[in-house]
Design a binder for this molecule. Sequence first.
Ligand SMILES: [Zn+2]
Length: 67
Amino acid sequence: MTTCPACGKAFSAGAVSSAPFCSDRCRLVDLGQWLEGAYRVPASEMPAPTRETDASGDEADAGGDRS
Ligand SMILES: [Zn+2]
């Protein structure tokens, strides 16, 4: 007997083609959760570089004015 990592249901791995999951649905659910977590991390870091570019552009303008 194998325990499905997605839903925790016990099943016999030899009887299904979706092993180690009990069904194709559980395999897709688990993959979807993994992708959701992988995409969420880099997305939250996106706004930071944009602000940095703005600040350095301001600084370059001020320096050119002074000289
Ligand atoms: Zn399952």
